[in-house]
Write a protein that binds this ligand. Structure first.
Ligand SMILES: Cc1cc2nc3c(=O)[nH]c(=O)nc-3n(C[C@H](O)[C@H](O)[C@H](O)COP(=O)(O)O)c2cc1C
Length: 191
């Protein structure tokens, strides 16, 4: 075996070992979730470009992956794509948006917290796919009083939040669009 072949073989073995080691350690520091969160904002303006079905599925799977107390996974997600139904929930909704109505069972003391985590998981997932996402709780009272049948929310469940997902204009100035946050020093206490 000449030097060139020896080098190729060594590189091949090193590559295989690297790929195998990655399989068990997909959690790498470059995943960049922190950067994504620090750049996130809740858009109000969406385009009518439809969302890919695969992206909706990924977002919902990220919701399902959320942690929950005693792993009860109390959430149910109702996905609304029909514009006329979406408009009964959020009046200025844009065609191409998708609304995910997050529902919880009545009988579960930690369900609100768990559903909040699932909702935020879906927000981050949508943003990682280049989409915009905004959480709404305003429409919840109307959903629970008049739309449970339309949305096929069963008797023992109620809506707790609506997540609006859609395509957004690129090149948004995030600095000026995101709402300001309280100061780090005032918010955090180190002991
Ligand atoms: C629990 C919850 C409920 C919210 N409800 C509404 C709502 O009903 N209507 C609305 O326009 N925005 C709603 N928002 C969006 C917030 O106003 C927004 O996340 C916040 O102002 C921060 O904005 P930013 O993400 O753009 O920085 C809600 C957010 C959360 C977390």
């Amino acid at each position: 075996m000449n030097n060139k072949h020896l080098l190729s073989s060594v590189l091949a073995v090193v590559s295989v070992v690297f790929i195998m080691s990655c399989k068990n350690s997909d959690y790498v520091p470059n995943d960049n979730a922190s950067d994504l969160i620090l750049k996130s904002y809740s858009p109000r303006d969406f385009t009518s470009e439809p969302i890919l079905a695969g992206d909706i599925e990924t977002i919902l799977k990220c919701g399902i992956k959320a942690p929950s107390a005693r792993n009860m996974q109390p959430w149910k997600f109702i996905v609304v794509k029909e514009t006329s139904v979406m408009q009964q929930i959020i009046t200025n909704v844009t065609e191409g948006n998708v609304l995910i109505v997050v529902c919880r069972p009545e009988a579960n003391s930690t369900a609100d917290f768990d559903c909040g985590l699932a909702t935020e998981n879906m927000v981050i997932s949508a943003q990682s796919l280049g989409l915009g996402a905004r959480i709404y709780t305003n429409p919840v009272a109307n959903i629970n009083s008049t739309m449970k049948q339309t949305l096929q929310i069963s008797e023992e469940y109620r809506a707790v939040a609506v997540l609006r997902v859609g395509n957004i204009e690129k090149n948004i100035d995030i600095e000026s669009t995101a709402s300001p946050r309280n100061n780090y020093e005032e918010t955090v206490t180190f002991l």
